[in-house]
Design a protein around this ligand. Sequence first.
Ligand code: ADP
Ligand code: MG
Length: 227
Amino acid sequence: MNAATHPLCLESVTLTYPDGDRRLTALDEVSLQVAAGELVAVVGPSGSGKSSLLAVAATLLRADHGRVTVAGTEVSGLSARERTRLRRERIGIVFQQANLLPSLTAEEQLLAVARLRGESLRAARPRARELLESVGLESTKWHRRPHQLSGGERQRVNIARSLTGDPSVLLVDEPTSALDHQRGARVVELLTEVTRRHATATVLVTHDREVSGWAGRLLTMADGRLR
Ligand code: ADP
Ligand code: MG
């Protein structure tokens, strides 16, 4: 394993949640290495631990045991503030629902994140447009608000937004669950392309079979175990 070539490494990661007076094991000794420019798809039924896997990789949850290394930094020793910083600078996250802000246009969704990062509007705007273009959103739609876009278009904006900080790691949680099969398949295609172009280490988790025809690395999750 090499941190330079593998921006995301999980080694024997175990995660439990409180469950009455016991603990529920959501991740059971999960190991996963993802190289820059590689997309790994993780398929598994609901409740198998897919979102938990992404939450640990995103440093949103701390593993009970095991090591998580993002862009060469092992996260267990970091303070909450340092983890937030690592997340902001290195990790792009795309959740199931394109949780876009209803009052902002497509372009403004990206600008808002850039502003949080302390970038000037002057620098952020051309970059935002470049990203919207790279995810295939027509320029006539850049000034629309989320309710004026289709589900597939919203997911494209969501993906573009996750790339504003030039992340090394891209984590994507069931991006196709709200889409029909054809649109879902196109989003998976788009993620493949984005992964190559931006050289991200990408993990895509899904319960459905959008990825069944797809030739990349495919792992199965069941009961918190990865195979
Ligand atoms: P998936 O994304 O594959 O549906 P999750 O990672 O959401 O699976 O959940 C894995 C297991 O952990 C499930 O049994 C779920 O009920 C449980 N779980 C998830 N989140 C929590 C939580 N915050 N508290 C307690 N149990 C949880
Ligand atoms: Mg989930």
